[in-house]
Write a protein that binds this ligand. Structure first.
Ligand SMILES: [Zn+2]
Length: 197
């Protein structure tokens, strides 16, 4: 009974947050020039540093058009893949993000890719879904930090439909973070190479 009440309370709070988010006026600035992109990228770097995942290197930011990203993908043998941001570990090390995202989406995307940059040196030998679990958990944290619980929920719903292990990892990290904090999250992800119960 207590559990059911707790679940109801969580749903209720989430519903209120969504209602607030959809009525409040959010900045819908679209990021399509380098100066704006670098300003939001700096915020994203500060955000990952607060979560103790700062990257001790200067990772280049590339703002590209969808067409440029498609041509990067065909060079990488991924032609036909959806236009999406990516982290490239070398040649040169960089984060590439498409133009045209809203400021909040750009921020959350940069946080996701900066987390991959941190993983590439802190815990490079990981199962793909487990690795994505941490980066996607950080994406959700980034949305929430901007008051966009609705976007965090949408994002996590998408993961729950597409990758079971990634979804389990996100849930586990949430649980560890709430009960023990970020140090234990870092400890868990750096001492495991795949999802463990
Ligand atoms: Zn990723």
């Amino acid at each position: 009974m207590k559990k059911a009440l707790k679940a109801l309370a969580i749903i209720f709070v989430a519903a209120i947050s969504i209602a607030i988010c959809s009525t409040a006026a959010y900045s819908q600035k679209i990021i399509n020039n380098e100066a704006d992109a670098l300003a939001v990228y700096a915020q994203a770097k500060a955000f990952v540093a607060r979560y103790k995942m700062s990257v001790p290197r200067d990772v280049i930011l590339r703002l590209e058009t969808e067409a440029q990203i498609q041509s990067d993908f065909s060079r990488q043998g991924r032609s036909g893949a959806n236009v999406e941001a990516y982290y490239q570990p070398y040649g040169p090390e960089c984060i590439c993000i498409p133009e045209g995202l809203s400021e909040t989406e750009f921020f959350a995307t940069a946080v996701h890719e900066l987390t991959h940059a941190w993983q590439s040196s802190a815990c490079p030998m990981q199962d793909r879904s487990f690795k994505e679990g941490l980066s996607s958990w950080m994406t959700a944290q980034a949305y929430q930090s901007k008051g966009r619980v609705d976007l965090a929920i949408n994002y996590l719903n998408y993961i729950s439909r597409t990758d079971a292990v990634e979804n389990q990892t996100v849930n586990k990290l949430n649980m560890i973070f709430r009960s023990k904090g970020i140090d234990e999250v870092i400890n868990y992800v750096t001492s495991n190479s795949k999802y463990t119960e």
